[in-house]
Design a protein around this ligand. Sequence first.
Ligand code: SAM
Length: 170
Amino acid sequence: MIYPVSEDTLLLKKQVEQQDLEGEKALEIGTGNGLIAETMLEKGAKVTASDINKKALDQLPNQIKTVQSDLFESIEDEFDLICFNPPYLPEDEDKEFDGSETWIGGKQGTELTEKFLEEAPNYLRPGGQAFIVVSSLAEDRGLKKDFDLEVVAKEKHWFETLYVMRLSIE
Ligand SMILES: C[S@@+](CC[C@H](N)C(=O)[O-])C[C@H]1O[C@@H](n2cnc3c(N)ncnc32)[C@H](O)[C@@H]1O
């Protein structure tokens, strides 16, 4: 299953649209439908898009470099901007669904996000930044207190509040 464009995608897209990416290098992890990577391209960036799901990569335009990768495992470059709208729901051991990799973020739901935040600084150029989407479901488990994150966008929905958080590198 390829994750469709959703409220979280659009919230992250608004942040990307506000960036001047002319001549910059940008990476989207977990590109899914590809809208964020395509927005980076429209903003002038040289874009790499990755996903654990190869099918998501096959549909992207030729100007976008694609890499099948589990988080940063097959990523070798450094970037000015990295975006990730991660799967963040907790695993349900009783149920298995087709496409669960698009929304299950580990046993607690936050493990994949935490691993991303630990590894992202190694792939950012000096002055670079990473944007991640965080749900109040994950934030309630203390994610923000464990990493130096700045909330740059917030949107309330009926069952959760969505945030875009920024991790910056000096
Ligand atoms: C919530 S969807 C986001 C899709 C799209 N970027 C968007 O904003 O609409 C999460 C994406 O992360 C991918 N994904 C899940 N686990 C991953 C991993 N370990 N490494 C890379 N991508 C992963 C999924 O296949 C899915 O495309």
